[in-house]
Write a protein that binds this ligand. Structure first.
Ligand SMILES: Cc1cc2nc3c(=O)[nH]c(=O)nc-3n(C[C@H](O)[C@H](O)[C@H](O)COP(=O)(O)OP(=O)(O)OC[C@H]3O[C@@H](n4cnc5c(N)ncnc54)[C@H](O)[C@@H]3O)c2cc1C
Length: 467
């Protein structure tokens, strides 16, 4: 990093919040995805003025800037792929105000998502987006990845709950989008454009989030199926019968076995699949709904259905689902985690295709995910030192995306595009669709300094490269 630039950075942010030591830079060279990229400098801004001044400086010197939350991205969102400056937004001043009267939360980007959920619940309100990483990821990262989780089925994704933002633009202006009103149709909806833009259109410095009343009660069941196809049919039957559970999660046999090896939860290891279903709402309504779900599962071939009678039993069921990620990492050192998503009715077909891909490439591929909204997580457990196997993984990943798109689906249900899925963007959007997105990016960021290398494919790169 040029001496002159460093001196100017120190006029904006004190030295103790500027990291240039190689060991410190290494700890910022990776996220929860794949690959390592060393930044030249890491800066920990505390307020919007510091962020704006740093972005202006970066424009002057044409230095790439990568906003970064807790670095739990599974698509390489905050990696410094072209060197340059990481802005560690997790150290931003923490502000969280719950406005109970207006059912709002006003939050700075550095707040941990579960803190918002907890503070809202303390006053009888509810912030539904629930990524499994909610105890570590920041709300800033959630907004920019448009995260969600099991509750996405009934309550939608993060974008449904963001009504206003404060943003530092890629040229260093501080703007506000949306506001505090539930209804706001003034001009273009820049809030929606920025949510999910993966840090390529602006740096979020404050968010106004919509809260809803906390559901009064919930009921959970666990159904086991000898045939995974039957579980897919049960899911689609429940939804077409007018029941909208708050969550419907699927785990295939490999996941069940991995969990039982890692932290035994009494799951049926012979089952090809288990489905966890949760309904929430008024106590009288949910009793009837869970009964209907139970009946449909049995009709569709479930070998057993267990409805949790106590909070402890419910927690036990959810613990099994939450154990999947740590359990499968015991199967190998490298985990390639995908989130190809298909229309709900295509879930059985997609599962079938995933198993064909597993056979064809002879890989350790497990399937779990938010089957109720079509968002499956095929995970390939491998070892990045095995170059021959990694080549097969690359081809398998390409086929997973092709299959999802053929079935009317999408590259990503919640993890974003980042660097890992950018080669496939044209496959889903077509060249004109992708070009329109690129025009927006170029208009916002004329010097192409904000989170370069993300979302848009490198010319000629038609598939993911993991070796
Ligand atoms: C074990 C595990 C489970 C997970 N489960 C889920 C899940 O269930 N659902 C789900 O959706 N995701 C999940 N994820 C992925 C990840 O947690 C989410 O994408 C999360 O939203 C990232 O938040 P973060 O704070 O770590 O952001 P980072 O990973 O640091 O950044 C994510 C993106 O946001 C940008 N960014 C961050 N902060 C800002 C800001 N203030 N302004 C502008 N851009 C910013 C970055 O540049 C990057 O593009 C999981 C990850 C792990 C490791």
């Amino acid at each position: 990093m040029k001496e002159q630039l460093l001196r100017l950075i120190y006029t904006i942010v004190p030295k103790e919040r500027v990291l240039t030591d190689l060991a410190e830079l290494y700890s910022y060279s990776f996220d929860a995805s794949f690959g390592g990229y060393l930044p030249e400098i890491v800066i920990q801004p505390k307020n919007k003025v510091e962020v704006a001044d740093l972005v202006k400086l970066a424009n002057e010197f044409k230095i790439p800037v990568y906003p970064r939350g807790a670095a739990t991205s599974l698509s390489g969102g905050s990696l410094a792929v072209e060197g340059g400056m990481i802005l560690d937004m997790s150290q931003f001043e923490k502000k969280l105000v719950i406005d109970r009267e207006n059912l709002l939360a006003i939050s700075s980007p550095s707040v941990i998502t579960s803190d918002i959920q907890q503070k809202a619940e303390e006053v009888g309100l509810f912030y539904p987006p629930d990524p499994s990483s909610s105890h570590v990821s920041t709300i800033g990262g959630n907004l920019l990845e448009n995260s969600s989780g099991p509750k996405g089925l009934k309550y939608g994704t993060t974008k449904e709950y963001v009504i206003g933002l404060e943003v530092v633009t890629p040229t260093g202006e501080i703007i506000r989008t949306g506001g505090r009103t539930v209804k706001n149709v003034t001009g273009y909806d820049l809030t929606r454009l920025i949510v999910g833009s993966e840090g390529t259109l602006g740096i979020v410095t404050e968010a106004i989030l919509r809260l809803i009343p906390k559901p009064l009660a919930r009921k959970t069941l666990l159904a086991s199926f000898v045939r995974i196809a039957d579980s897919g049919h049960a899911i689609t039957k429940i939804l077409s019968n007018g029941i909208l559970p708050s969550a419907m999660e699927l785990m295939d046999n490999a996941c069940i076995r991995a969990v039982e090896n890692y932290s035994p939860a009494g799951l049926p290891i012979e089952a090809e699949a288990i489905v966890i279903i949760e309904v929430d709402g008024h106590p009288a309504a949910i009793d009837e709904e869970i009964k209907k779900c139970e009946d449909i599962c049995l009709l569709q071939g479930a070998t057993s259905v267990k409805v949790a009678k106590t909070d402890a039993e419910r927690d036990e069921i959810w613990k099994a689902r939450k154990m999947v990620s740590p359990a499968i990492t015991q199967m190998g050192p490298t985990k390639i985690s995908e989130d190809a998503t298909v229309p709900r009715s295509q879930i059985p077909e997609m599962i079938e295709k995933l198993y064909q891909i597993r056979e064809k490439y002879q890989l350790n591929l497990v399937v779990f995910g938010h089957a109720g909204d079509g968002n499956l997580h095929p995970n390939i457990i491998t070892d990045k030192r095995n170059i021959e196997e990694m080549k097969r993984v690359e081809d398998a990943v390409s086929e997973i995306f092709e299959a999802a798109i053929e079935l009317g689906g999408t590259l990503s249900g919640e993890h974003g595009i980042g660097i890992l899925k950018s080669p496939y963007m044209e496959l889903e959007l077509g060249s004109d669709g992708l070009l329109m997105m690129k025009k927006i990016k170029d208009a916002w960021d004329p010097n192409s300094i904000l989170n370069p290398g993300k979302i848009f494919p490198q010319p000629g790169k038609l598939k993911v490269e993991l070796t």
